[in-house]
Structure formats: C-alpha cells, structure tokens
Design a protein around this ligand. Structure first.
Ligand SMILES: C[S@@+](CC[C@H](N)C(=O)[O-])C[C@H]1O[C@@H](n2cnc3c(N)ncnc32)[C@H](O)[C@@H]1O
Length: 253
C-alpha cells in the first residue's frame, strides 16, 4: 500500500502577532500594577488603592481576554469559518481558484482539498509577518502537510496589480487582507482588480473584519450580481463579515 510521507501538522500561524503580544503585555502590566498598589497602599490610602486595583483588574481582564480571543480565533475559529465558507460553495472539482493574500495558505489549501482536476493559486506580497511566520515557504509546507501540494501554485504579487490575465479564475477567495490596505480608493481598486480576473459566472468571496459595506458597493459598481453581506461571524475575533458575489455569465444581463 502507498503511504503518503509524513510532513507534520499544518500551522496557519497567529494573526496580528504584534497586537496579541501588546494586549497580553498590557493585561499583565495592569495586573502587576494592581498587586503593587494593593500591597503598598491598601492600609495607608485604601480609597485610592481600591480605585487603582479596580481599574487594574478591569484592564488586566480586557487585555488578557482580547489576547486569548485572538489566539483562539487564529488557532480554531478561522479554521471553522474557513470550512463553513468553503462548504457553502458548490464545487465541480475542476475550478481554477485564487486565494488573494493567501498568507500561510488557510483558504488556498482548504480550496485545494475540494478540487479534483482544478488548481488553487495563492498570491501574497508577504511584506509583513502577519500571520506569524508568514511566507511562501510556510504556505508550501502547510500544503505538503495537508497532501495538496500538487494542486496548488504559489506566487508573489500585490493586490494593487495582480499578475493575471482578465477572466482567469472560477472562484476568488480573499480572507482578512483588504483591510490592510490603508486608503479607501486603493481598497476599491483592489476589489475591481479581483472582479477583472474573475471568469463570467465565477464567484468572489471576501471575508474581513472592517469595510465590508464598502466592498459590497465596489462589487455592485463593477457589475457583479447577487452581492450579499453576512451578519457578524463570531468564530473570528474581532468578528468578521462575509461578502459574496457572482459575475454574470456570458449573455446574462
Ligand atoms: C491577516 S493575513 C491573512 C492571511 C490569510 N488570508 C488567512 O486568512 O490566514 C493578511 C495577508 O495579506 C497579505 N497582504 C497584505 N497586504 C497585501 C497586498 N497589498 N497585496 C498582497 N498581499 C497582501 C499579508 O502578507 C498577509 O499574508
């Protein structure tokens, strides 16, 4: 019997690792300050010490709580949400799929697992280490670990100027990337760029924590059909919304 070599477990990293660290440090510092004030001033200045300890505990819980929710979101929630999103797409198996801003390959690999003869292409600028350990080699290692390396391609490119011909993809996925683009007009240009490379009849799926109303508007303006924006999805922290749309098929009005 042919056995697949063991390439270890996939690791999709922690989103915004700098922010997680800062929240955790803020929480720990607030608890440390509370303990210090309690032991130093509880007897001599009980009212002031009580106030500082109260605020310190609240900030400590908020800081550590936010850090814990962000880690949980990266390690579990995003994987659940990824499967929920991909399970809602009626796959044929022969699609050409793009994961725009693929990072360590979460969506890319999830899509590749649903393909038989199709291919999933991941593109990313990989300028920052968000998620942690981000890079093409991490995406490739995850694809190997999940046994889909033969169904994926990984390319470097910026969303502002994607290196693809018009109407190249049946499905375009974009998870937690567009909000990284600072200017509203540049985000709109990026959304228009995604619609340009979508085949007639193809679908586009955008998951993000902010600006989703803006993406839905840009998709409508670009002539997409069935544009919809979901309610908040709490598997992800901060909660995210999903924007989906379809490009009219040839001859469809
Ligand atoms: C929070 S990560 C999300 C990664 C992956 N989509 C996921 O859901 O796990 C954001 C990704 O967007 C990429 N990115 C940010 N701005 C980009 C741009 N202008 N063009 C291409 N990729 C970009 C980053 O390198 C990073 O991999």
């Amino acid at each position: 019997m042919n056995q697949r070599p063991d390439h270890g477990s996939p690791d999709y990293g922690i989103d915004a690792p700098g922010l997680v660290r800062n929240f955790a440090l803020a929480g720990i510092s607030a608890f440390a300050a509370s303990i210090f004030f309690y032991y130093s001033f509880a007897e001599t200045r009980p009212v002031q010490a009580g106030l500082v300890v109260g605020f310190g505990v609240i900030w400590g819980v908020l800081g550590l709580g936010a850090a814990a929710l962000m880690v949980l979101s990266s390690r579990r929630g995003k994987l659940k949400e990824r499967d929920r999103i991909l399970d809602s797409i009626p796959w044929r198996g022969d699609e050409r799929v793009l994961d725009a801003g693929c990072g360590r390959g979460l969506m890319l690999i999830g899509a590749a697992k649903r393909l038989t003869s199709g291919v999933a292409v991941g593109v990313d600028a990989w300028r920052e280490k968000d998620p942690s350990g981000n890079g093409p080699e991490a995406a490739l290692a995850n694809a190997r670990a999940e046994g889909v390396e033969e169904r994926i391609e990984i390319l470097e490119g910026d969303l502002s100027e994607l290196p693809f011909k018009d109407e190249s993809f049946d499905v375009i996925l974009s998870s937690l990337i567009l909000h990284n683009i600072q200017e509203r007009e540049e985000r709109a240009t990026a959304v228009r760029g995604l619609t340009r490379i979508l085949k007639p009849g193809g679908r586009i799926v955008i998951l993000d924590i902010w600006d989703t109303g803006e993406y839905a508007k840009s998709l409508r303006e670009a002539g997409m059909q069935d544009v919809s924006r979901s309610g908040l999805r709490f598997n992800i922290f901060p909660p995210a919304r999903l924007v989906t749309a379809r490009k009219p098929a040839s001859g469809e009005v």
